[in-house]
Design a binder for this molecule. Structure first.
Ligand SMILES: [Zn+2]
Length: 553
């Protein structure tokens, strides 16, 4: 039996009662119960293609059915839809010995995996990588940004060559310039460097690791790149992946450049200017040989929809990833289950609650999709697959509102987003927040490029206005000091560890419920209007969105 939940009292506390619009039905207690369930040990940490996945997907489908939504996944032959979208993944892992030999001036140096370099398992579909005497080229930051009149390539042919590329944006060191200064644009992300070099047909791409511009140490590079990697199954993997993808330690790169008679600090300052031209490393070549083992698995995205009344072919999406790390290495307490209570059982619970609130309210003009994506922790793959195999046209997708890791700390006066992208969707969020007496705090670490590290980005990359909502620090109880202290303790003691667990003694869902009310209000505004959020001038995603503007009336 379905019971109506008690209308959430906090909305009154936050002064929302004066609002003339109907209050959403948000039930904090149900959010808590959902988190407790999804973060239970019996869900086994929700890893892709495991028994934990089966349980999670079944639970989400049951919740969506109970909430009165319709299935919005893969079309079936009879015209109906499944609750899920198949998410075909390929797992690749380097096996056996690896050769990485550097030749210069008659000498050969033998380098090792995790030592001087960390090579990623090849994701091109081939089972062996073999480069013999491959030439190297330093390409600065490897950026081609026509809207900024910036081109590091200058027409160079990279076929058969291995590119050495700097991480972050050309203006990172100066702290000000054409790429947002310390804030990172997509051109600064290592993923962009590999993608751009794949488009140019390079044989290899080695990103030079420096701790500050990367925003993390070599240890992180080694841990997150050296092991098995997942990708979505692609029709043309070579269009997305360079055969040799890897990172190189700063000092190892400096040595290669020195053997070619050039110098890294000097090249770096040249690379910070528009006048930079690629620099071939004369007399230095590489032999690289290793084998890769591949395995195909099928995971799932889960999708429930509420069709719109008058513009049903226009879509507003809410997304939250369902996956986490499964069962791994035990921690000091012997706990091996990565429960992912905050990351992202809480995000699923919040999206489910928003879906229920919409179902109980009058239907919106535009359609709503609630998408629980898989394989986020493996590199935003569920959202990448959806965005490359959209179930509803991206050109008429109004926006994606993503939720990852909401905080169980109690309500905050503020809220934030993962990176402050120049998109009017962010302005709309801030306006709606203001109406609910909430204020926006800018991203505190713009240099970390957080905008490019959450599922909304898979949509942004294809031009769909998208943001990832984050809880604020300025707690009603304890202010910013309490919020920051919670975040620091979470990052240190629980983030991506088995200790990210549901603890009934300290868990609070009232702040998550207040955030759900805010995201509901934003969705209501977007789904009941003719508003099409836009990327602003200078955004790296504006051109791709503008290309489909004829499809938006
Ligand atoms: Zn997450």
């Amino acid at each position: 039996m379905r019971r109506r939940p008690v209308v959430y009292a906090l909305l009154l506390a936050l002064g929302i009662s004066g609002c003339s619009k109907p209050r959403p039905d948000i039930d904090a207690a149900r959010i808590t119960r959902t988190v407790q369930t999804l973060a239970g040990d019996d869900f086994e940490g929700r890893a892709p293609a495991t028994a934990g996945e089966r349980k999670t997907v079944d639970y989400l489908i049951a919740q969506l059915k109970d909430a009165g939504l319709q299935p919005g996944g893969d079309p079936r032959p009879d015209g109906s839809r499944a609750w899920t979208q198949d998410l075909p993944l390929v797992r690749s892992q380097i096996t056996g010995p690896m050769t990485f030999d550097v030749h210069y001036g008659g000498d050969t140096a033998h380098w090792t995996q995790g030592g001087e370099v960390t090579l990623r398992a090849m994701q091109t579909g081939a089972s062996q990588l073999k480069l013999v005497n491959a030439p190297l080229v330093f390409i600065g930051y490897g950026v081609n940004a026509p809207e900024r009149n910036w081109d590091d390539f200058n027409g160079i042919d990279l076929k058969g060559k291995v590119a050495l590329v700097l991480v972050n944006d050309p203006d990172f060191e100066a702290g000000a310039g054409d790429f947002g200064g310390r804030a990172m644009t997509y051109y600064g992300r290592w993923t962009y460097k590999y993608e751009e070099l794949a488009r140019r047909g390079a044989a290899g791409a080695l990103v030079i690791h420096e701790t500050e511009p990367a925003s993390y140490g070599w240890e992180t590079v080694r841990n997150s790149n050296g092991g098995p990697l997942f990708d979505v199954q692609r029709e043309d993997p070579l269009a997305e992946h360079v055969p040799l993808e890897g990172w190189i330690q700063r000092d190892a790169a400096a040595l290669l450049l020195q053997k070619a008679g050039v110098n890294l600090p000097q090249l770096k300052s040249q690379a910070a200017t528009r006048e930079f031209r690629p620099v071939p490393l004369k007399g230095v070549t590489l032999d690289v040989v290793f084998n890769v083992e591949r395995q195909q698995v099928v995971s799932k995205n889960v999708i429930g929809v509420l069709p719109g009344t008058s513009h049903a072919d226009e879509w507003l999406l809410y997304t939250a990833h369902w996956d986490h790390f499964g069962i791994g290495k035990p921690d000091a307490d012997g706990d091996a289950i990565f429960n992912g209570a905050v990351d992202n059982a809480a995000g699923m619970a919040e999206v489910l609650e928003i879906a229920r609130a919409f179902e109980r309210a009058p239907r919106t003009q535009r359609s709503l999709g609630f998408v629980f994506v898989g394989a986020e922790e493996q590199g935003l793959l569920g959202s990448e697959y959806y965005a490359t195999h959209p179930l509803y046209p991206l050109a008429r997708t109004v926006a994606d509102l993503n939720i990852d890791s909401p905080r169980p700390t109690g309500p905050a006066r503020d809220f934030t987003t993962s990176g402050d992208a120049p998109v009017t969707l962010q302005d709309a969020l801030i306006e709606v927040g203001r109406q609910l007496n909430r204020y926006h705090s800018p991203d505190a670490r713009p240099q970390a490029g957080l905008f490019y590290r959450s599922d909304h980005f898979s949509f942004a990359k294809r031009g769909v206005p998208a943001i990832s909502f984050k809880s604020g620090d300025d707690l009603l109880e304890g202010g910013p000091a309490a919020g920051k202290a919670w975040m620091e303790a979470y990052d240190r003691d629980r983030y991506h560890q088995p200790s990210d667990e549901f603890d009934p003694a300290v868990w609070r869902s009232d702040g998550i419920a207040a955030d759900a009310a805010l995201l509901y209000a934003l969705g209501r505004r977007l789904a009941d209007s003719r508003e099409w959020p836009q990327w602003k001038a200078g955004s790296e995603f504006k051109a791709i969105r503008d290309a489909s503007s004829a499809e938006r009336r």
